[in-house]
Write a protein that binds this ligand. Structure first.
Ligand code: GLU
Length: 486
């Protein structure tokens, strides 16, 4: 009995000691990475200053990585603090610094070589590494064709890692790495012939193809790879788990897909050939007419980029364009519209643009008050294309279907019915090629998006000077200043 109670007392003593130790141990334990972020109220993120990741436009900070990581910070209920690294080596090194950023969000490939310096989140984008060459040069088609070429890649990049591995099989392969350039510089150097080849990820090319008309994909080098965010190496998974849960939510609720479409969708939208054709026209044709678009836009209170997008859809910015149906000129005006708008010579680009601007402003002013922006702009374009009467017919059919006649999303579903007898026979204005305005509006919105994107000023508050289309996120340095020693 005694022995038993003494045993119990001893056990109780030990238990309290263990309890106290646990308690003290618990108190002395470092807060987790997630707790530190929450306690400081700040999420410190390191990235690259480039169009695909993070840069400033007239509205402030933007970029694919920025927008995604901003949503994470909002979900955590903390402020976002962005830091930029000069190069990839510096970026990874900063993750291990005691008071450094806690997360790297920089379009990083989850490569084998990097697993020692960082731990990666779930992937958020699949990309393919691509060899890029200049149109007009002989196209390399396999790794052995890289031998003897001037090749430059980002220092510390997944591509440098890849080429290093390839060198084991192809000892004659020579390439350079530079810490002084970004992906856009590499693409421009290929475009201008300063280097023969570079390697970039498919997402970076998709975003930048519209700026570089001479840049072409030689071949995909290796398998698809995953882009992921990186945190410091170590045992603490608190922040990483939170990040993964966030990425899963973004995937499920579609917000990740919307961001991908906005930033990387240009090539999907235009097609690969369309993207570099657009790039060529952007450089060669648009500068001749940009001034006219701006003047006409200001006079009629329309966005000049919308007018330019219309001009691209109508004639690919060609002032002497004509069609079998009798429409002519850069804005493809009918004779009747041209006369009504006071255009004497439809083939004169300045007059054509002025006429188009006046007409779209007029058409827009005729729309019912109930149609609000941005739908109002899309309805105006549809009306410009198919005519106000037919559009009104489509709106009535839309309403009869129980849909909203003031929403473009609804009306565009119904418009194609104007070419089916069972439907158009019930309308006031009868048959129309109802599918056409739907394509017309969709194309113009795409060109408009791209033009808005490429005319963004690099720095907050900077106005876009006339004729200053440029790649966001990079300086306008002299070409030779950007050329690293080769
Ligand atoms: N994604 C590359 C990397 O992880 C950097 C950007 C690029 O070269 O496309 O190193």
């Amino acid at each position: 009995m005694f022995a038993q109670s003494a045993f119990r007392t001893r056990c109780a003593c030990w238990l309290s000691v263990i309890g106290i130790l646990l308690l003290f141990g618990g108190c002395a334990e470092e807060p987790s990475a997630l707790e530190r972020v929450q306690a400081e109220g700040v999420l410190r993120v390191i990235t690259r200053n480039s169009p695909a990741t993070y840069f400033q436009d007239r509205n402030g900070e933007t970029g694919f990585e920025y927008e995604l990581v901003k949503r994470l910070a909002d979900d955590l209920g903390v402020k976002l603090q962005i830091e930029t690294a000069d190069n990839l080596d510096e970026l990874f090194a900063s993750l291990s610094k005691p008071n450094g950023p806690v997360l790297a969000a920089a379009g990083l490939v989850k490569s084998d070589g990097r697993q020692q310096h960082a731990r990666f989140s779930l992937p958020y984008l699949e990309v393919t590494p691509q060899v890029i060459y200049r149109n007009g040069q002989q196209r390399p088609t396999r790794p052995a064709d890289l031998i003897g070429k001037r090749i430059l890649v980002l220092k510390g990049s997944s591509h440098a890692e890849q080429l290093q591995a390839l060198k084991l099989e192809l000892p004659d392969l020579v390439f350079e790495e530079s810490a002084a350039v970004e992906v856009v510089d590499l693409l421009r150097m290929v475009d201008e012939g300063q280097i023969d080849l570079t390697l970039v990820d498919s997402n970076e090319l998709a975003m930048n193809q519209v700026y570089f008309p001479n840049v072409r994909v030689a071949f995909d080098i290796g398998d698809e790879q995953s882009l992921a965010w990186a945190v410091a190496p170590g045992e603490d998974s608190s922040l990483l788990n939170e990040i993964n849960a966030f990425l899963e939510r973004a995937q499920k609720n579609g917000s990740l897909q919307r961001l991908k479409d906005r930033y990387y969708g240009h090539v999907d939208v235009l097609g690969y050939v369309g993207a570099y054709t657009f790039a060529k026209h952007l450089q060669q044709r648009l500068p001749r007419y940009e001034g006219f678009f701006r003047q006409a836009a200001q006079k009629h209170e329309v966005d000049w980029r919308l007018l330019a997008a219309m001009g691209y859809q109508e004639s690919l910015w060609q002032p002497t364009a004509t069609s079998k149906t009798g429409v002519r000129g850069l804005m493809m005006l009918t004779l009747r519209t041209a006369q009504a708008m006071g255009v004497a010579d439809r083939l004169n680009p300045k007059q054509s643009i002025e006429g188009g601007a006046k007409y779209i402003a007029y058409v827009k002013s005729q729309l019912p008050e109930s149609i609000q922006e941005p739908d109002r702009t899309w309805f105006a374009l549809a009306s410009y294309n198919v005519g106000g009467g037919h559009l009104e017919d489509a709106r009535k059919l839309t309403e009869a279907e129980g849909l909203n006649p003031d929403k473009w999303l609804d009306v565009q579903k119904i418009l194609p019915r104007l070419s089916q007898k069972q439907w158009y026979s019930k309308t006031r204005h009868g048959y129309a090629r109802g599918g056409e305005p739907v394509h017309f509006v969709r194309n113009i919105r795409r060109y408009y998006d791209i033009l808005t994107w490429v005319t963004q000023p690099q720095l907050e508050g900077t106005q876009v000077a006339e004729g200053s289309l440029h790649v966001p996120g990079i300086d306008k340095r002299q070409p030779n200043e950007q050329t690293p020693p080769l």
